[in-house]
Design a binder for this molecule. Structure first.
Ligand SMILES: [Zn+2]
Length: 134
């Protein structure tokens, strides 16, 4: 099922990449491959062209795009917060990492896991969220 998934909505662009029309807001669409996996770079379409590409009504597309945007912004906010908390101790000793991860932020280190690995995983996750963008 090649197609698109809706990533968000933005006013950072004023041209529909589908038809070249000037637009106020663009829907960010991620192409999907035949298996439904995200494949390639995000394209920015006006809501009419996005609706046509998705086989949906414009209002539905706009609603989905706003919801996706809000979710992404919440995820990005959380990711930035993790970076602010854990980057300062990324290369610190275990004791410092434990102080931040467990004492200050009330996380639990899972059985068989280490605080260093937990911090590294959180930072990698946060960076991946922000790198993905919309
Ligand atoms: Zn268009």
């Amino acid at each position: 099922m090649a197609g698109f998934t809706i990533k968000g909505i933005t006013d950072d662009t004023d041209t529909c990449e589908c038809c070249g029309t000037r637009i106020k807001r663009a829907v960010a669409l991620m192409p999907l491959d035949i298996d439904g996996n995200e494949d390639g770079d995000v394209v920015y379409y006006g809501s009419t062209c996005a609706g046509r590409a998705l086989g949906r009504k414009t209002a539905w597309v706009t609603g989905q795009a706003r919801a996706a945007q809000a979710k992404w912004e919440a995820d990005a906010e959380r990711a930035r917060e993790w970076l602010a908390a854990y980057e300062p101790v990324e290369f610190a000793g275990v004791r410092e990492q434990f102080r931040v991860f467990v004492r200050e932020r009330n996380n639990t280190v899972r059985a068989g896991d280490t605080v260093t690995a937990s911090v590294a995983r959180l930072l990698a996750h946060a960076r991946a969220i922000l790198a993905a963008g919309i």
